[in-house]
Ligand binder design. Sequence first.
Ligand code: FRU
Length: 485
Amino acid sequence: KKYKEPFRPQFHFSPEKKWMNDPNGMVYYKGVYHLFYQYFPDDIVWGPMHWGHATSTDLIHWTTKKIALFPDKLGMIFSGSAVVDLHNTSGLGTKENPPMIAIFTYHDMEGEKAGKKNYQTQGLAYSLDNGETWLKYSGNPIIENADQKDFRDPKAFWNTETNRWNLVLVAGDHAQFYTSQNLIDWKFESDFGQNLGAHGGVWECPDIFKLKVAGSNEEKWVLLISINPGAPNGGSGTQYFIGDFDGKNFKTSQKEVKWVDYGADNYAGVTYNNTPNGKRIFVGWMSNWLYARNTPTKNWRSAMTLPRELSLIKTNENYVLKSTPVEQFKKQLVTAYSKDLIAIKANQKISFDYPHLNQSEIRFKAVTKNLKLVFSNETKDSLVIDYEAESKIFSIDRRHSGIVNFEKNFGKEIHKTAMLNNNSETMDYQIILDWSSVEIFLNGGIYTFTEQIFPTTPYTQLRIQSDEEQEIKNFTIRKIKGIWK
Ligand code: FRU
């Protein structure tokens, strides 16, 4: 049956069939959240890219739509973004019926094969029927490429401070900023990042937006940059920079490298344009280029992260990007078990048996001391989550979590992060398990960890233990309602 195949996510977006990678063109318009995505309709491995399309009114339940963009003579359709041209600045619609505009990368395979460097350009498509069907602009490409390898992934948005369209894209090892009055003619403004941030791989999928710093009137711009490879736990991952942006130049005094997610499987994530109430909503591709092609699913491949709301805090003069599941997600939760207080003696192990752990949220507050959680099943798979207070090291061990041998990197190492920004005396754990993923949000998402797992049978037991005395409060296990009919 549909959406019941082994490992099929029950409350995350995944394509009905075939290959998916990056989220694209995320925009909210007339009550609908559009999600486009890198899609190959003919196989479960990457191939000539299209834009698949799905819509939702709550970011939780999704309807699959027909393919929005097909490759054409200029190339395959790589990643990009979408906006609503409300004042018809492009002239491609009318004032009464403003066009939706998608700006994406054309990847010309022939050019690449011929050894050219400039085989990627930026193209435009528009929709006059609220995103149902898309027409390619006749003057494509709208941004040509002189001689730049890896020139892609445009994110366009309306800048309310400068009353101009802005666009950020990547050019190999750095980002470039552009401005426009009509979404068609773009002026190059500046380069950013050659000597800043992580450079273990090529820069991809940029995004830039402004956030208020919690508890103050300060506002800062956040620049997201995905890189592949070069992530802290191997393969692909997403870093961010906090700084200032005047519509032309992005400036930062940030020295250290910051990551959106410390798990292995959150890549190419960007945010929605035009969300209601100015919420900044992020969706990432829940995979990693190291092994994305090899995961043990049969008729489709990969899923998106839960949509997450981003916010910014400042602790000890340090800006930290927080992410938490969107508000709407709470509606999916049904309490299955709760306990106000669990006292754990040193070296004691407490177990909970629950058959639906792979469709559940575990939530509680612990003292910031050592704590180990082990999810397991009858087939002896185990997923181990561990916090070591002295070193502040948080780790996820999926080496024995289920099927891991489909690719050599997947189950090779324990993934670790020192939570240096965490100075709180309590740790709020929110652990969300789907059939083939775990997402962990610590202390309201100051640290997040997203990883794929492929348990041979669903986990049925959770063991909590510590070698110190521990106190756990507000412990709940909640079942997560499935989203597919
Ligand atoms: C990131 C990426 C993008 C590119 C797309 C191609 O995962 O490599 O840079 O546009 O995937 O599918």
